[in-house]
Design a protein around this ligand. Sequence first.
Ligand code: 5RP
Length: 222
Amino acid sequence: MNQDQLKRAVAAAAIDEIRPLLASDSVIGVGTGSTANHFIDLLADLRHDFRGAVASSQATAERLKGHGIDVFELNHVGTVPVYVDGADEINPRLEMIKGGGAALTREKVVAACAERFVCIADASKRVEVLGGFPLPIEVIPMARSYVARELVKRGITPAYREGVITDNGNQILDCYDLLIEEPRRIEAELNNIVGVVTNGLFAARCADVLLLGGEHGVERIT
Ligand code: 5RP
């Protein structure tokens, strides 16, 4: 199977994973990216079995609506029973780097409100140590240079993701060549820099379940 077929396979496994959690009044959280898009497309068949979804990005909201799935504001929903999303990297403790699609802040907010986080990923995303994938940091625009200088002071090499404006009107700095052995500590430390909205480490709130697609099928890891 190629990478896209693996993404489709884990999306299908996620449908089986969440099916028992669906009820006529349930609103679920839905992530962003190409793997999440497969999940949304498969979710369309179940649209009469649940109330709707909270989207982690405008792109996801549009795709959900395109399939006739109602999209709700998180403020009107409170908690969601489950959040399904992809990842750019995931380690054995199910800590992740996310935000390759620049949706990290909304993804992190929806994940924080989720009773269960189901990560769907093809095998290329599995790593022992996070940091090979550039770690995104969302910054408010006026703070971009300041945050970049603060990162350099900490030995981190940031690059401005030019031309990208997040759904929140902010900008992204990508941090290259990291070896993140203590994701929780680094997540908190980076979030503490003034002007940072959030960073793409999902360690304080990691995944609860990983559905990992590889050559031998989909493995369920908890
Ligand atoms: C978007 C994300 C995505 O989950 C991550 O980039 C994985 O994307 P894909 O499923 O396309 O490989 O965090 O901000």
